[in-house]
Design a protein around this ligand. Structure first.
Ligand code: KG4
Ligand code: ZN
Length: 342
């Protein structure tokens, strides 16, 4: 069975083709991506209306490129999957509209996918896929959550951020240091040449005894520190970036380890854009090694938003029998949609 997946929830248009067989794990046949980063850069962040318009321009050429790469005709696609939420309403509507129009024109069923489930299941596309059950650390631009994952569609929320997401903490700190958008990758690049111990920044909720996070105070502390540095900010920027990154990473690692201890599980899956962060990966690797825990990541290029994870999540849901694709093309989107509601 061939599943075409379309991702358009934020600032990346992604399309991919995944093939399932009855017995084996679905495999990625081809994927294509267009990032809108350059377009939004001038504004210092994502402009929703521009994002929607660009998705409209990109999605069909990307779909054509994917089918050509896989040497598959459109009529051979069995299911068209799309991101139903969460995300920007207008951007989601583009992917949903195109997917349902394609489905209707081809007479093929469609399936709406939860964006975070896409992230969560993206490590199954890697050469070293996880096995259920596991603890998942979901760290994206909009979400920071620890989940207990028993199987496809069986997600229990253990803890989440009460304010900013980890990606947001990276992005907002980067912005006030003048590093532009998207801040996460820029801040972590600069941090490589800095000292993570140079500035004492707060580790919010680190010792709260639960698995919740809070990152809003960190951004304020970074701002206060930046103001204090004044004219010397430029000379100390790498140290401030490294200290910010160290604070975020330390909390993420500590809470992930606590979730593993509490659950007794010996497997951790890390997903979402911040999962591309090198320090986070290095520190999680050593903490997990100490605890005899196996840790899995998506391939680096599949950490941030992409179509492959949407096609994969749809394929895995169909394969597990937790959802069926349907021929009702009256779609809706869910800009806010807790994963635990699935
Ligand atoms: O998962 P994602 O692509 O989009 C959402 O669903 O939100 O995550 C984007 C987030 C942004 O906040 C971005 O700054 C962050 O992931 N990010 C990083 C890195 N690469 C992306 N944060 C820290 N270090 C990175 N290398
Ligand atoms: Zn995402």
């Amino acid at each position: 069975m061939l599943v075409l997946g379309i991702e358009s929830s934020c600032d990346e248009t992604g399309v991919a083709l995944v093939e399932t067989t009855a017995s084996e794990r679905p495999v990625l046949r081809a994927d294509a991506l267009h990032s809108q980063i350059e377009m939004h850069q001038a504004y210092g962040g994502v402009v929703p209306e521009l994002a929607s318009r660009d998705h409209i321009r990109r999605v069909l050429p990307l779909a054509e490129a994917v089918l050509a790469k896989a040497e598959v005709g459109l009529s051979n696609v069995d299911v068209v999957a799309y991101t139903r939420g969460p995300g920007l309403a207008g951007a989601l509507l583009v992917g949903a509209g195109v997917a349902c129009a394609l489905g209707a024109a081809l007479g093929k069923p469609v399936l709406g996918v939860h964006h975070l489930e896409g992230h969560l299941l993206s490590p199954f596309l890697s050469a070293d896929p996880p096995e259920f059950p596991f603890i998942a650390l979901l760290v994206s631009g909009g979400h920071t959550q620890l989940m207990r994952v028993e199987g496809v569609g069986r997600y229990e929320l253990l803890g989440e951020t009460i304010d900013d997401a980890a990606g947001e903490a990276f992005d907002k700190s980067a912005k006030l240091m003048g590093l532009g958008y998207p801040g996460g990758p820029a801040l972590s690049r600069l941090a490589e040449s800095g000292d993570g111990k140079a500035f004492k920044l707060p580790r919010p909720l680190m010792h709260s005894g639960n698995l919740d996070f809070s990152f809003a105070g960190l951004k304020t502390a970074v701002l206060t520190q930046a103001k204090k540095l004044g004219d010397t900010l430029e000379a100390n920027k790498a140290d401030l970036a490294a200290s910010t990154q160290a604070a975020i990473v330390e909390v993420l690692v500590k809470k992930s380890m606590a979730a593993l201890v509490q659950s007794g599980l010996k497997r951790l899956v890390v997903a979402g854009g911040v999962g591309a962060n090198r320090l986070l990966r290095a520190d999680l690797n050593s903490a997990c090694a100490r605890m005899g825990v196996r840790v899995h990541y998506p391939e680096l290029h599949l950490c941030t938003d992409n179509g492959a994870m949407i096609a994969m999540a749809a394929a895995m849901r169909l394969q597990a029998g937790v959802q069926t694709a349907n021929r009702s093309y009256a779609f809706d989107v869910k800009p806010r949609w807790p994963l635990a509601e699935l």
